[in-house]
Design a protein around this ligand. Sequence first.
Ligand code: MG
Length: 156
Amino acid sequence: MTTPLNQAAQELEAIMATTPYIGGIQHTRGIERAVEGLDILQDLCHSLACLSGWWTDKATGERKTLEQVNVAEKLCLIHSEISEAMEGDRKKLMDDHLPHRQMIEVELADALIRILDLGGFLELDITSAAIEKLAYNQRRADHKLETRQLAGGKAY
Ligand SMILES: [Mg+2]
């Protein structure tokens, strides 16, 4: 049975088979491995956040229910990491917690960790959605360079 994820993965595999190098990065590891790796990372992010008590009601010690979680607040925290990344890039700063890494790199990692943690709590399949959206974006006319070069095309 062909699922939307399988179809998207096949489309992306076909594109990558004809273009093994994109932006100097070799893409030969396969969509399956990408999905598996991101699924594992989501489990890791959410499991560690649970262990640290971020999803525990401090008053009862019980796991928070969906009704107890302010999803908008969690989304704002993701946004705050992106803002920190922007500030790090603007000032070309190194990270203060991982001083061997650029601040933009670590703050984007923070954003990814928060996204995957929230996805874990909400039981979202972000990995499959990302693969399907990548394939969809490849089909979009407004994402093609030739279209973007036309009057009214997307500048960025
Ligand atoms: Mg941060």
